[in-house]
Write a protein that binds this ligand. Sequence first.
Ligand SMILES: Nc1ncnc2c1ncn2[C@@H]1O[C@H](COP(=O)(O)OP(=O)(O)OP(=O)(O)O)[C@@H](O)[C@H]1O
Ligand SMILES: [Mg+2]
Length: 330
Amino acid sequence: MELSLDISRSAMLQYLQDKNWMEPYEEVLRLEKPGEGNMNVVVRVVGDTRNLILKQSRAFVNKYPQIPAPIERIGVERQFYTLAASLPELRKYLPWVVGFDAKSHLMVLEDLGKGADYTFIYKKEQPMAAEDLSAAVEFLKVLHAQKFDSETVRAFPDNLALRKLNHEHLFVYPYMEDNGFDLDTIQPGLQALAMTYKTDSALKQKVLALGEVYLSAGSTLLHGDYYPGSWLRVNARFKVIDPEFCFFGPAEYDLGVMLAHLRMAQQPEADIEKVVEQYGGEINSGFVGQIEGMEILRRIIGLAQLPLELTLEEKEALLKLAAKKITSNA
Ligand SMILES: Nc1ncnc2c1ncn2[C@@H]1O[C@H](COP(=O)(O)OP(=O)(O)OP(=O)(O)O)[C@@H](O)[C@H]1O
Ligand SMILES: [Mg+2]
């Protein structure tokens, strides 16, 4: 089935009942767009007794059909949910997988409810509530602490096709002097600012080495895209979604990405320190800093822009810090 908001309610009901994901007595009231997303097609089925979220991958990025993307990614996401749901402490943060249709590249999820993602923290003076931040760290800590047997790790998809696509946007594209993306359309002066980093060969060399690590295998299950767009606040609870970039890799990756976003969202320094402290564990903090730096750079001078409310000077300070974090570590 090809998922869209245009599909008739009766066709949707028929499909869901054929799959036994809705009962014969249930009704579909309407189809909604649950929130913003770029990669996939996501539809909320509002029923008379409950809602479902349907997520379908295509062989391209939904918002940019000219960019090919591995259609199997929805299956990888499903495997993450299945594995993570086997860990009782993580279940409360994640939606249930109601069903999976491999042929249609479609996953059905529990609707966590109407809420907002946490991208509001990029707005001025929007600190993340202490308990939510603590929940965000707790999720990561528990996820990363899991020791899976070697057979589970081996059998888990390497997600390499999607990682390679991501690799381009994280480690290569932002540093191309002429990639066709005029950063001045984002903010006048940003292009000239970016040139400092696009022409810094020592920095670029370090970034490429980091990219190699990103593409290599590890033994910790990572969410892979642990930033405010993957966090939902529903019914005053913290939830995690969208693990399509998951892979077995270095724990430092998820933590570094998270810290980068807290910094770009100008969260209080004390809160950022608390995150590192609460996470604890045996991590390579230099490596965390490098990932943090990489994520700051690629979000400010790369294609996947965020709704940041920062002046050019604030961005410059962040870029400087990011480059330092990358180059000052071996
Ligand atoms: N289980 C769920 N319960 C409630 N809302 C959900 C659920 N899953 C997704 N949503 C909503 O749908 C939006 C898009 O979902 P998701 O982020 O998984 O899609 P995506 O296409 O992978 O997005 P992106 O391009 O940002 O990676 C989310 O931001 C959220 O608002
Ligand atoms: Mg996604």
